[in-house]
Design a protein. Structure first.
Length: 110
């Protein structure tokens, strides 16, 4: 969404950015334009009406919504991963043998 508002100095630009970023769903905010008078807000589920009214109250300037549009997601090319096939390991299993107990030790008296 692109908002147009008058920002004379860096202090007002900073205040506009802070106000925009505090809103629910805003992922990023950026100032664009030749005169640095456009605020570009990117996010999911951002309400433009609430954002403009909040900016009008905090900044005490006129705010106009220029455009509201969805963000095009970049598609990542999936690379083919090499599949590693493991061969099963053959091992011989042994069965349990009967336990063998030693007789008790003899006591040696010297």
């Amino acid at each position: 969404m692109v908002l147009k508002l008058t920002m004379e100095d860096d202090k007002k630009r900073s205040k506009a950015m802070q106000t925009a970023v505090k809103f629910y769903g805003v992922e990023s905010a950026e100032i664009q334009g030749e005169a640095k008078d456009k605020l570009v807000v990117i996010g999911n589920g951002v309400d433009p009406v609430n954002l403009t009214t909040s900016l009008r109250k905090k900044m005490k300037v006129e705010v106009h919504v220029e455009s509201v549009s969805g963000v095009e997601e970049k598609k990542e090319e999936k690379k083919e991963e090499k599949k590693v096939e493991f061969e099963p390991i053959n091992y011989w299993s042994y069965y349990n043998q009967q336990p063998y107990f030693l007789p008790p030790p003899y006591i040696c008296y010297i």
